[in-house]
Ligand binder design. Sequence first.
Ligand SMILES: Cc1cc2nc3c(=O)[nH]c(=O)nc-3n(C[C@H](O)[C@H](O)[C@H](O)COP(=O)(O)OP(=O)(O)OC[C@H]3O[C@@H](n4cnc5c(N)ncnc54)[C@H](O)[C@@H]3O)c2cc1C
Length: 469
Amino acid sequence: MALLAALRELVGDNAVLTAPEDRAAFETDWRGLSSHEALCVVLPQSTAQIAAIVKLCAGVGAGIVPQGGNTGLVAGAVPAPGGNQVVLNLRRMNRIRVLDPVGDTITVEAGVTLQAVQEAAAAQNRLFPVSFGAEGSAQTGGIISTNAGGMQVLSYGSMRAQVLGLEVVLADGRIWDGLKSLRKDNTGLDLKQLFIGAEGTLGIITAATLRLHPAVSARTAALVGVANVAAALQLFQALRAQAGPALTLCEFIDGPAMQLGAAHTPGGRLPFTAPAYMLLEISALDATAAPAATLEPLLAQALESELATGAVIAQSTAQAQNFIAMREAVSEGELREGGAIKHDIAVPLATIPATVAAIESLVAAKYPDCRLNVFGHLGDGNLHINIRPPAGQTLAALAGRKAAITAEVEAIATARSGSFSAEHGIGQFRLPGMRTHKSAVELDLMRAIKTALDPQNLFNPGKMIPEKD
Ligand SMILES: Cc1cc2nc3c(=O)[nH]c(=O)nc-3n(C[C@H](O)[C@H](O)[C@H](O)COP(=O)(O)OP(=O)(O)OC[C@H]3O[C@@H](n4cnc5c(N)ncnc54)[C@H](O)[C@@H]3O)c2cc1C
């Protein structure tokens, strides 16, 4: 009670939510799979308020769960079981502090959404390239803390590649002002790297300086039919060899996943039927360049050699956006139609066909009643392997088999020098994978860093780093 009173005094009554109905949305993850009570939800408006909140929580040993848009897919932004945690939601930290058109940087508070960053960049004829389905809700602090990827990693890298500087509230309540905008700075350890991808376990990011890129003058998208992922990989290699960095997007979506995405996209319509699809995008910085002219001969060649079974180059921006929207709607379609056991693996590109074949064999042999969706960022070797319950049933039908299915899929990826979590992070859901697949040395190093920065284990307890047995 004393903590709640102190928080109210600090940020105002309206910014401390305690009623169960007010807290509920902040306590439950995007997929509705994890929900545990928080002491309260606090909605600060400034870095100074956050520093004071950390000191108050530290004083009574209450955990702090940093939360952005709460669109993360591994239950990292909601309380872990055990109580005694405050959800610190950053949505009111939503100011764009400065956009520097000379240095091509933007400095924003942690609660600014990804879409708002993209729009601010576009208004100055610049590009902020990170993009994915949840961009209207996901916030700068969240996407940095998960090192989010998305569809343009192929050309621009993930969030880590975009961050030049950070402002962070530390566990002792001090504020680290690391909001530099330098491209080069070899002055000791690069501290910002510790907080990128740390999932809120080491500090609270309150602002960031991000790199902007030249605006793209022209772009075109194409939907291509392929027989399977092996053909898609072959086509990707041919396209990359010929188009180079102009190939800014290369997604693979199997037939069932694409049909699901189309069904859940307003105006979604697949122009042809194929066993599997690739979504491609060619971009140009030069206004006189014609991306479609680059793509046409490449796709004609692919059709002639029967690497592609069909191909449509978007005839308008609206059609290109429709292709992308259908790809982005796959996750939401799964959620609305009973859910899925989700996996987010990455493997070396050359092993993709064998990896997918092993997963298909696994499902056919052991889980023949389940439906498999394979889709994702082919060019990055990152595939979402989602296993759906039998038609008409919900995820509850797989409850008894979920842990085994996930362990088997993750083992298939790691056996090929892959990752069991490419871009979504660990949160609570991937903790078993950390125990199984990370070496004792790696876990010891992570625990040592955590203890050095947050000795009281205040920040996001029960997430990312498994406790020692
Ligand atoms: C439809 C959909 C599509 C998606 N597509 C992709 C995709 O293509 N690529 C991809 O990489 N991800 C994707 N994601 C998941 C992605 O990780 C999240 O959407 C996003 O990065 C999280 O941002 P958020 O603001 O919602 O963070 P949250 O979910 O609120 O938090 C995520 C993590 O960051 C921590 N955190 C949040 N804010 C801060 C802060 N200010 N300081 C410290 N820690 C903080 C939280 O504690 C939590 O551990 C998708 C999600 C959805 C729902």
